[in-house]
Design a binder for this molecule. Sequence first.
Ligand SMILES: O=C(O)CCC(=O)C(=O)O
Length: 260
Amino acid sequence: MRLSDEQLEQFDRDGFIVLRDFAPKEQCEAILDVAKTHLKYRIEPLETETGYDQKDKAYRTDVADYRSLFQEELAPVRRLRQVYERDILFKEWMEDAKIRPILEQILRDKVVLTLAHHNSIMTKMPHVSTQTRWHQDRRYWRYTDNNLVSVWLALGEEYSDNGVLEFMPGSHRMHFDADQFDEKEYFREDSPKNSALIQSKVSTRLQRGDVVIFHSLLLHRANKNDTDEPKIAFVYTVKGSRTKAIENTRSSAYSEVALD
Ligand SMILES: O=C(O)CCC(=O)C(=O)O
């Protein structure tokens, strides 16, 4: 499958694209079953809600192994990390041949899985989950350039009340001043400089099997889950083969998988 010229232009302009009904429902259900088991038994490595926002910039950039800590034992799980190695169903989705030509078009390069980042099942547990503030994923990633995108697979319905992703279209091509971000590199919501852009935000309801591909510099956020059901999604990151991880950072601490 390939993007039309119009779809590719849309990705280049907006920094994201939604591919409706892309993954078969049965595949999503099978992935979801495994994910629920790993979540139930809290199979490491995990990121918890308390662990998530308390790490500083240096920690997130440099520390390769951040298994959840003992004292976080009872905290709600935010994501299952390192899913590529966890189960063949996860691996197969990350190596899916149908999406590869699309990723090649977007990256204008051969596609490489980066197991260091967003190699995860992302959850929003009912009521206990937290919002994710405006950020660019690239802030903690260390590569020679920005040619990386994430592939988000909705495993169930996603909408505003349960924390669907919201984007600022075109923000991946914008230049920002340092003072537009806070000390954790979140895009400041209290800055008058940012308010017009924040008002330009968009989001779209997702159904099981929908895929969203978004650029590593695109500003995005998500609400907490205010419904009574968990929201569970799969997200992984790919880069172009010419884009290299900087040595001695978390980005170079895990292997990569070339998808030729
Ligand atoms: O689902 C969410 O809260 C957003 C996840 C996200 O933006 C991220 O992990 O980078």
